[in-house]
Design a protein around this ligand. Sequence first.
Ligand code: TMP
Length: 208
Amino acid sequence: MPGKFITFEGTDGSGKTSIIKEVERYLKVQGYKVVTTREPGGVSISEQVRNVIHDVQNTEMDPVCEALLYAASRRQHLVQKVIPLLKEDTIVICDRYVDSSLAYQGYARGIGIEKVKEINEFAIDGIYPDLTIFLDVDPKVGIERIMTHQLSHEVNRMDKESINFHEKTHEGYLELVKMYPDRIKKVNGERSIKEVAFDCFQLIKEIL
Ligand code: TMP
């Protein structure tokens, strides 16, 4: 497909939203056609699935059910939004994609990276990002950021997990960086928005 598919990953509170906004601005100034979107969500059906997964009342949700729902939401978003944009030569920047499932459900929930990858391969049909940027932030710093900005950020069922869960997710991401060194690039996210966005922009330029 003529477009480019770029995904951002990180533990909760790693600053993806702010960095994506800044990167989008840089790319648009350079004249690129850019659309930003997010997972789980991005289109109506996927947003509805998001509400089910993240509802703080759904404490009894089984981990495999959770992984399947993320994959289902991903599938709908991919076919309804991402693929049509890529066919139109657009740069699609997505806040989370398959690596979130591998790190959160596969590694941190303990289902296993390979098992969760299998479910997701059915959903994504070989469509992997051209580039994935992992914003590396100490999970404790991330959770503190979320708690400080609680008023402007939905605090969902995943945010309410223990710090141990967020530490495991972080370890999961580091594992993925080792497994896919060509696709996933790690960027130190504990710096100013400008500095982090600059590094991301350099990586993006290499694939354009
Ligand atoms: P966010 O919109 O604040 O990034 O929240 C999404 C939450 O959902 C975040 O805690 C990560 C989690 N998540 C998974 O556990 N697996 C997934 O596949 C995706 C896309 C998100």
